[in-house]
Design a binder for this molecule. Structure first.
Ligand code: FES
Ligand SMILES: [Fe+2]
Length: 332
């Protein structure tokens, strides 16, 4: 789980003040230096463990609030005010730093084992949204800090058969009209993808959702609202600390591009849907098995995508420094 790029915050959220966050149980801090570059350091001063995020950015350096030591984005200490400038700064006075990128209007951090592997993983490894920034599409964005295990939310997204029940009458049909659903697994080189179709009362099949998961934590779900009107959502479920996560959510549409009322309607719908999902997930997490999993061995065909994710997660948690390939359920 460590050797991936993780989205942390929208670019506009990282300005002149340090931004603290936790990723995979480690406290870190983002700040923007005088060239506009975003740095990420461990949120712990190498001098005496003060959270650097309590400090401020001065002349492009992050200044510890305790004794004023200053750090560059690469973690190097540039100033120790209590000692004469002639005196060398000890090598040990360096804060651990992490690679960052700005991509898709988001700050990404690589928490894994070093810059070399982040550089080597650069090509094509950052999550992509081909529609981002094109004139045919617009989007709204939001973020949520939630007290749940991130995998439970990912599994919920990867299974649209909950829609007519949990979101009765709001998204994907109503409880009384819930119809059989078929899942076709599609080839996808960067992760897993499944096309869900549902049956009409006449027994024909109609598109329901196209769902994609890409490691370590990204879900893309696509629907066609009516011919030509397409919408998709990208949700990154970032594991922050034990039983906590942050969701970065973007909802794209290729219709009603300049209508602010549609933006608000979308954001309201997202909030409402999250509240409904959370009520269910809070219940599930009170019943997890000793392995932390909600699965009890009686999955059905439409669980295929979520189960593949669970298999990948189990292997990834057992080997946190490895990048585990995603496999089809049949091969797992
Ligand atoms: S604890 Fe940070 S400068 Fe002393
Ligand atoms: Fe849901």
């Amino acid at each position: 789980m460590r050797n991936y790029w993780y989205p942390i915050a929208y670019s506009g959220e990282v300005a002149e003040r340090p931004v603290p966050f936790t990723l995979l149980d480690e406290p870190k801090v983002l700040f923007r230096d005088d060239r506009g570059q975003v740095g990420c350091l461990i949120d712990r001063c190498p001098h005496r463990s003060t959270p650097l995020s309590l400090g401020r950015v001065v002349q492009g350096r992050l200044e510890c609030p305790n004794h004023g030591w200053r750090y560059r984005a690469d973690g190097g200490c540039t100033k120790i005010p209590s000692q004469s400038p002639e005196k060398a700064i000890p090598k040990s006075a360096a804060a651990q730093s992490f690679p960052t990128r700005e991509h898709l209007g988001i700050v990404w951090v690589w928490p894994g084992d070093g810059f070399a592997s982040a550089e080597s993983a650069e090509a094509g490894d950052l999550f992509q949204i081909p529609e981002f920034g094109t004139p045919e599409w617009t989007y709204v964005q939001s973020s949520f800090d939630l007290n749940i295990e991130h995998e439970l939310l990912i599994e919920s997204f990867l299974d649209p058969t909950h829609l007519p029940f949990v979101h009765d009458g709001r998204l994907g049909g109503s409880r009384d009209e819930a119809a059989p659903v078929a899942l076709e697994l599609l080839p996808y080189s960067r992760g897993i993808r499944g096309n869900f179709t549902s049956s009409t009362s006449a027994g024909e099949s109609k598109p329901f959702q196209l769902l994609t998961f890409e490691p370590p934590c990204h879900v893309r779900l696509e629907v066609e609202i009516r011919p030509g009107w397409r919408a998709f959502s990208v949700i990154s479920c970032v594991p922050t600390r034990a039983s906590k996560m942050r969701a970065l959510v973007r909802n794209f549409r290729n219709f009603m591009l300049n209508e602010g009322s549609q933006d608000w309607a979308m954001l309201r719908q997202v909030q409402e849907a999250f509240a409904q999902d959370l009520a269910i997930i809070q219940g599930q997490r009170a019943r997890l098995g000793p392995d932390g999993s909600p699965w009890q061995g009686c999955a059905v065909a439409t669980d295929g995508l979520a189960l593949q994710y669970r298999n990948w997660l189990t292997k990834s948690l057992a080997h946190p420094n490895e990048r585990i390939a995603m496999t089809r359920a049949a091969e797992a």
